[in-house]
Design a protein around this ligand. Structure first.
Ligand SMILES: NC(=O)c1ccc[n+]([C@@H]2O[C@H](COP(=O)([O-])OP(=O)(O)OC[C@H]3O[C@@H](n4cnc5c(N)ncnc54)[C@H](O)[C@@H]3O)[C@@H](O)[C@H]2O)c1
Length: 271
């Protein structure tokens, strides 16, 4: 169902890799709600080609940008305003990557060059995106910026590895930049802490299958899907949430406030 919540709003969406991506679902949903946007991803992700399909479907243009490169980001912001015909109302940062996770390097045995790269891509990039927008005065008043995070920033999930630290950093950047962007431009900045979701990035975490079904059984409402996340993000881009800022918003079917569920107790009682 569409409510025209984003009619006339312009944005930039980072991170749509394939149709499982949270950013992909969000782009489709934003399009349904009347928003227009530029799609962007790292040049290396572009070569896989699927993003063209999404661009066609949503009438969007694609501008490649490595989110760790200030030069790429400046070009992205400038060109997006040209293409969309004005300043930006919403931005989705849906980017995450850890080489330590990908290569199975244990948290107690980090390759620090990989750790640094992961932090640059997964967390510092959020600061870079916002600093680029801020310096170019590219955001409209009452605009909204959202990044995606995971609860490993607050609690230990051993296989989440250095991504836990990256997410803690990302959430802190949302608060700190949110202060300045709020004061200066009435722009809000939030993170959504999403349930485990079967995407390329998500499934890359060791033991993901067991973990996602555990989370499903722990959450009174069940896991939030990528589609649910797209809906929630639309609400944060809309004018209905103008005073929500500097928050880490749990979108996890109640997982984060559940100590144990009946289903999990029953599972353990079987033994
Ligand atoms: N899948 C989950 O279980 C889950 C749970 C909570 C939060 N998240 C977060 O959601 C966000 C989106 O991930 P997803 O699950 O949709 O997976 P995904 O693999 O579809 O998306 C990750 C994206 O990051 C992009 N990326 C990597 N390096 C980049 C760079 N240098 N510059 C620009 N883009 C780059 C990738 O190309 C890809 O499009 C991430 O921040 C992830 O940590 C995912």
């Amino acid at each position: 169902m569409s409510y025209n919540l984003l009619k006339g709003k312009r944005g930039i969406i980072f991170g749509a890799l394939d149709e499982k991506s949270i950013a992909w679902k969000t782009a489709e949903r934003v399009h349904e709600e009347g928003g227009t946007f530029v799609l962007t991803n790292a040049p290396v992700a572009m070569r896989m080609g699927q993003i063209n399909e999404l661009a066609k479907k949503t009438g969007s243009e694609i501008i490649p940008a490595d989110a760790t490169s200030e030069e790429d980001l400046q070009n992205l912001v400038e060109k997006s305003m040209e293409i969309l015909g004005g300043k930006i109302d919403f931005v989705l940062h849906s980017i995450g990557m850890s080489i330590n996770v990908r290569k199975g390097k244990h948290y107690t045995d980090q390759n620090y060059a990989w750790t640094q790269k992961g932090t640059d891509v997964s967390s510092m990039s959020f600061h870079k995106v916002m600093q680029t927008l801020y310096k170019a005065d590219a955001m409209n008043e009452w605009g909204s910026i959202v990044a995606l995070t995971y609860m490993a920033a607050q609690r230990v999930f051993p296989d989440y590895n250095d991504m836990a630290d990256n997410k803690a950093y990302l959430e802190s950047v949302a608060r700190s930049f949110g202060y300045f962007y709020g004061k200066e431009k009435n722009v809000r900045v939030n993170t959504i802490s999403q349930s485990p979701t079967p995407t390329t990035a998500g499934s890359g975490v060791k033991g993901f299958d067991g973990f996602i079904s555990f989370a499903e059984k722990m959450s009174p409402l069940g896991n939030a899907t990528a589609q649910d996340c797209a809906d929630y993000t639309v609400s944060l881009f809309s004018d209905l949430t103008k005073k929500v800022t500097m928050q880490n918003l749990f979108h996890d079917g109640g997982f984060s406030n559940t100590g144990v569920s009946q289903e999990v107790i029953e599972r353990f009682s079987e033994e």
